[in-house]
Every structure is written in structure tokens, then in C-alpha cells.
Design a protein around this ligand. Structure first.
Ligand code: UDP
Length: 399
């Protein structure tokens, strides 16, 4: 089902539709393009799925393009992603050529010169700007945790970033030294998408049954791409400590995104690490309904990220009234308030103690879950993101 702006009034309050139309008036019939590297399997695709629809609904002609690349290209861009998050990677000239040549080729057939605003997400299509005679403002939106990038890669990418008219980050501390305006806009979730919409208990159970997840014991889960920065190995280690004190099941759910070449290998390693333990369920399958059901059925959600741009999975879980046990990294502290709607943990023992506390005290978990939903309602719904985007477009277009 495709929802309209009006359907979101129930979350954003009466008068929301009028407010948005008023804000969007000067942008009506403008032609905007969003460009990223995958249609599914990560936070960026998740946001664009809803945001692009709503922008069209308010009368802005908004397109969504993908950069096309082969395995070598996505190997290089994943290395760039890792280096921006602090990993020491060396980039050879041939790797840089793959990155640049793929962007060059894409610039020939993406035809981004007929728009009034171009919005580029993350490093994969970042150099595309270099191959256009810029006729309109271009915005670079970085979704990655770049609080501590490897120096070499950032100074290389900066050559392209400075060509943009504005940059957008999720958190204040990700701002860089740049000669262009930098805006802070945290991501958001769509409460009406099939991943977040309310679900009946029978529908939740149906999903769990479909994926062979028994409901005989409480469930704890991490739902994230199989990615080193999400540290799924650490989740298994923490689970073993938790299990000694409280009988429960662990589910690790992670679909593999088309722009993430490391996912399959990490998934295989996790399968091996979890092998022969009937209480650990490792699933690699893309299903919004399963994500939704699991976030609701779990007693708590773990997000063991070492670096995290924002972590939509955190907002998704909190929205469903499930407390989140996580680390104080990247954009997560915007969402989790320690002791209010979840906990921060620092090491395995801390993780296991706090998990057991939440598992044993259902009343506390329920209260924290309710706080979490309210925190997301006020701050991290797509309605706020839509408003922020409209304000940004007007600002950049000087309308
Ligand atoms: N996701 C999913 N299926 C999975 C694992 C993750 O649909 O098996 C979704 C998740 O629900 C969230 C997005 O992928 O909407 C991940 O966004 P996040 O910001 O947490 O992390 P990213 O993958 O962008 O680093």
C-alpha cells in the first residue's frame, strides 16, 4: 500500500499536511535527483524508499538513481567506507582508477544535468560531480560515522567534497573542516512502512514460525547487515555469558546488501561460530515483515556497533517498544538515553549484566520500551525528516 502525506497526520499532528505544502510551495515542479548505490539492504535505501515517495507527493519531481558498478568497484568502495570509519587501508592507483572510471562511466548515462538539485549519498557516487558541468546545486549526504576517518582517504575524498554546495551529516561531531555549509540532519524511520507498521500477535508468530524461530524462551536479537562494524561475533560472545544466567535464544538477522561485498564472508564466519548451538539462529534473508516481527517479539534488541552513522535499526526497535542494549558510538546516543529507553555497555560483561537485568525485570523493560517509542515519535519519524529536507532544499536553492 502506498501512503500519502495525509496518512502521516496521525503521527505528526493536525495541520501537518498544510504545513508541509506551505513549506514545499516554492519547490513545486522542481526536478530533484537522489543518487546512491543500492535499492535495498541498508539504511540509505530504507530512507529513500519513503522519502522519495513523499517528496513526489508534495509536488516535487524527485527521481532516485543508482550508481552501477562491478564487484571490483564495490570492493573498493567498501574499503573506502571502512577507511572513513577509521580502518587503515591502503589505496593503490589501480583501485583509485576503478573508483574514478566507474563514476566517469555512470556520469555518461545518468544525465544529472537536467535537474534543479542533485543529492548524492555516501562515497560510492561522490566523484560523479567531477564529470559534470555543474548547472545546479549539488549536496553530498554522508551517512557514515566519520568522527575519526583515516587521514589519507579523507584528504583524497575531500577533493570531490569541496566541489559540492553543501554537505549533510547525521551528528554534529561528524562535521569536517570544509569550505562549504555543513548541515546536521539525523535520519528517520517510516512508521507506515511494512517494516514499522503495527503488527498483530498472530502475524508476528506467523513470521517467527516461517523462519523456524521457536518462541519457547525469551528472544534477544541483533538485526543488522553482517558487517565488521556491527560486531556480530561480539554479540555471540555476550550471548554465551547471558545464557549462563538467563535461558534465552539469540537471533542474528542480516540481509546482505548489493553494495556490500564483505557480507557473505562474514555471514559464513558467523554460521561457523554459532554452529551446533540450537539456541542461536543465524538468518540471512531480506524480509521487512520478519524484521518488524523480530523487533517486536524480542525482549531486547542488541546493537553492538563499534562505529555507526546513525543506526536505523535502533530507532526501529525503540518504535516497537523494545529496549536497546548498545554502545555509545556515532549516532546511537541521539536515540538511546542510558537507563531511559535502553542501556550503553562497554564490554562483554557489562553487556551480559545489563541484558540479564532487562530480561529479568519485565516491568523495567516495558517502561523503557514505552519511553523509546515516545522518543522516536518526537524525534525520528519520516515526517520530521521530510520537513528538514524541504528546509534544506530551500536554503540551498535560496528560495
Ligand atoms: N535491515 C533489513 N534486513 C536485515 C538487516 C537490516 O531490512 O536483515 C535493515 C534495517 O531494518 C534498517 C537498515 O537495514 O532499516 C539498516 O540501517 P542502519 O542505519 O541500521 O545500518 P546500515 O546498514 O545502513 O549501516
Amino acid at each position: 500500500m502506498r501512503y500519502k502525506l495525509k496518512d502521516y497526520e496521525q503521527f505528526a499532528g493536525k495541520g501537518f499536511t498544510e504545513k508541509i505544502h506551505e513549506l514545499a510551495k516554492p519547490l513545486e515542479h522542481k526536478h530533484i535527483a537522489h543518487l546512491n548505490s543500492t535499492y535495498y539492504g541498508g539504511g540509505v535505501a530504507e530512507i529513500l524508499n519513503s522519502l522519495v515517495m513523499l517528496l513526489n507527493d508534495v509536488g516535487i519531481i524527485t527521481g532516485w538513481r543508482l550508481i552501477k558498478g562491478d564487484k571490483d568497484f564495490f570492493d573498493v568502495t567498501k574499503q573506502i567506507h571502512n577507511a572513513l570509519q577509521g580502518e587503515h587501508e591502503h589505496f593503490s592507483n589501480s583501485e583509485k582508477s576503478i573508483y574514478i572510471n566507474t563514476n566517469h562511466a555512470n556520469s555518461v548515462f545518468t544525465h544529472l544535468d537536467r535537474h534543479e538539485l542533485v543529492f548524492v549519498h555516501d562515497p560510492q557516487p561522490l566523484p560523479m560531480i567531477h564529470f559534470y558541468k555543474k548547472k545546479c546545486p549539488w549536496i553530498w549526504r554522508c551517512h557514515i560515522d566519520i568522527s575519526n576517518p583515516t587521514h589519507g582517504i579523507w584528504s583524497y575524498l575531500k577533493k570531490f567534497v569541496v566541489k559540492y554546495d553543501a554537505a549533510v551529516f547525521s551528528v554534529e561531531k561528524f562535521k569536517q573542516k570544509l569550505p562549504l555549509p555543513q548541515h546536521i540532519i539525523p535520519p528517520a524511520i517510516d512508521p507506515l512502512s511494512s517494516k514499522n507498521v503495527d503488527m498483530k500477535e498472530s502475524a508476528i508468530n506467523k513470521q517467527l514460525k516461517k523462519f523456524d524461530i521457536p518462541t519457547d524462551k525469551p528472544i534477544i536479537a541483533q538485526i543488522s547487515r553482517f558487517d565488521r562494524w556491527k560486531d556480530p561475533w561480539g554479540v555471540i560472545d555476550a550471548y554465551h555469558l547471558i545464557k549462563k544466567k538467563f535461558d534465552c535464544r539469540l537471533v542474528l538477522l542480516g540481509a546482505v546488501a548489493s553494495d556490500d561485498p564483505e557480507g557473505d564472508k562474514i555471514y559464513e564466519g558467523i554460521i561457523e561460530k554459532a554452529a551446533s548451538n540450537d539456541n542461536i539462529h543465524v538468518i540471512s534473508f531480506q524480509s521487512d515483515m520478519l524484521v518488524n516481527a523480530l523487533q517486536r517479539a524480542s525482549s531486547l534488541i542488541i546493537q553492538n556497533s563499534i562505529r555507526e552513522g546513525f543506526g536505523l535499526t535502533v530507532a526501529e526497535a525503540l518504535w516497537k517498544g523494545t529496549p536497546v542494549l548498545t554502545r555509545r558510538v556515532g549516532g546511537i546516543p541521539l536515540q538511546v538515553k542510558n537507563g531511559y529507553n535502553g542501556y550503553f555497555a562497554t564490554d562483554l560483561h557489562d553487556f551480559s549484566n545489563k541484558a540479564v537485568k532487562l530480561l529479568k525485570n519485565k516491568k523495567l523493560a516495558k517502561k523503557m520500551g514505552a519511553n523509546g517509542r515516545e522518543h522516536v515519535r518526537k524525534n525520528f519519524l519520516i515526517t520530521r525528516l521530510l520537513e528538514d529536507h524541504l528546509k534544506l532544499y530551500k536554503n540551498v536553492l535560496k528560495l
